[in-house]
Ligand binder design. Sequence first.
Ligand SMILES: [Zn+2]
Length: 99
Amino acid sequence: MFRLRFLSPRPRLGNKGRASDYQLLGHALAHEIGHLLLGPNSHSRTGIMRAHWNHDEIKRIARAQLLFTDQQAQRIRKEVSARDASQRLQLEEPPDVKF
Ligand SMILES: [Zn+2]
């Protein structure tokens, strides 16, 4: 779980490294979706899945450079693909109708 504590008060970074509220919220949502798809203990030392974002992460958010790691992105793609295949399988199976 990521707390939105950083929204108020916002870190003072000057205009150059300042992330908008929309950027912060979008990245926080991506972080939470990451938890859903990566499972428990999915925080990492770097990237969007860091447990706490400091000024460096906020600057990267402002530049749209705070990302999932390559390994996390690969795991997310695999998880989404598995869920998609599972849903397609459910839709393709004929309903079990008994009279
Ligand atoms: Zn988290």
